[in-house]
Design a protein around this ligand. Structure first.
Ligand code: NAD
Length: 322
């Protein structure tokens, strides 16, 4: 089969491309490198069945993303996803969640391909229902600092559903909960790369709030497997894809200190505005519809992620001018 993956140079997109190539498929990866890394493409470029197109999926406005030949599935993973980007890249995020999704849907329509949207647990905002089921409509501040991402992704879901209902496009929506693993970007502000870098450098781990807020972390290989299954099922309405084992941020910091053997201590800072206090997916629907559930336990996943960052940091220190 022939796949298009937007956001191919990103953390999850590059793992998805690698999985599809390993399964024997052809992949066209598209990315404008706004938050993606060349390093993530190096592992893909070695394969003759991989083609990379450096392109902003928002431009030219409302035109097709250029891809020659037949396409079976379009995975839309392009979008900055780190909270530190929500304010400085607010307009880019709103643009990619609107014009970018529209252009990518047009590509799927033109090719008669299945369209799969990478959505997010941020659609639930700071949830008043716990754990979060797909039927929950969310609790989002529409004008707060997180709104470009949260509302952008909600609008993207509306666009996808409207294209299915009005134009008959075969669409799928996966709502991703916090995902981690090798190839995350150092310094991208997300909690896991932050904690691991701080622990490996023996500097204090910064916990926002009192550390009692919870998250549920899914290893990237599990998440990618969920999306591959999603592309092959015929469920149109959103499905949560995440790990339902919940942990407090304080506990996570402690685990990372132990796994890295770090001398770091924990430092507390004020909780940012609208930060969700609880986050855990209800994955009953994914279990039933996709016959999927996460397989990687947190210690195994954290160890492989720590090894990745250890190598990246060692290379970075070796490359620094004396
Ligand atoms: N990682 C998570 O925990 C998580 C959670 C929920 C949802 N998601 C979603 O999954 C997708 C991938 O997230 P990620 O963690 O890999 O982030 P990432 O920043 O590593 O990857 C996003 C990629 O999209 C590219 N991109 C952004 N705007 C683009 C544009 N206009 N044109 C072309 N390429 C563009 C970036 O350069 C980057 O390579 C995103 O849509 C994100 O919203 C991720």
């Amino acid at each position: 089969m022939r796949y298009v993956v937007t956001g191919a140079a990103g953390f999850i997109g590059s793992h998805l491309c690698a999985r599809l190539l390993a399964d024997g498929h052809e992949v066209v990866g598209i990315d404008n490198l706004i938050t993606g890394q060349q390093l993530n493409l190096d592992v893909l470029r070695a394969r003759s069945s991989f083609q990379f197109v450096e392109q902003d999926i928002c431009s030219p406005p409302a035109a097709l993303v250029p891809v020659d030949g037949p396409v079976d599935v379009v995975f839309n993973f392009a979008c900055p996803a780190s909270p530190i980007d929500f304010e400085p890249k607010a307009l880019d995020i709103l643009n990619v969640c609107s014009a970018g999704v529209l252009n990518t849907l047009s590509l799927a329509r033109e090719k008669g391909a299945v369209f799969v949207q990478a959505s997010t647990s941020e659609c639930y905002g700071d949830p008043e229902e716990h754990p979060q089921r797909e039927t929950y409509w969310g609790h989002v501040n529409p004008i707060g600092p997180r709104s470009p991402y949260d509302e952008g992704k909600r609008f993207a879901e509306a666009l996808v559903m409207a294209h299915h209902r009005s134009l008959g496009i075969q669409t799928r929506i996966g709502r991703i909960f916090n995902t981690y693993g090798p190839r995350m970007r150092l310094g991208d502000g997300r909690v896991l790369p932050n904690f691991i870098q701080q622990a490996l450098e023996d500097t204090p781990l910064t916990v926002f709030g009192d550390g009692s807020q919870t998250r549920s972390f899914c290893y990237v290989d599990d998440l990618v497997d969920g999306f591959v299954r999603l592309s092959r099922c015929d469920e149109v309405t959103p499905i949560n894809i995440g790990n339902d084992v919940e942990i407090t941020i304080g506990q996570l910091a402690q685990e990372i200190i132990e796994l890295t053997g770090s001398a770091s201590r924990i430092e507390y800072r004020p909780l940012p505005q609208d930060d969700p206090k609880l986050r855990r997916p209800d994955i009953t629907k994914a279990r039933a519809v996709l016959d999927w559930e996460p397989k990687t336990d947190r210690t195994t996943g954290l160890k492989s992620t720590i090894e990745y960052f250890r190598t990246v940091l060692t290379t970075r220190h070796q490359c620094r001018p004396a």
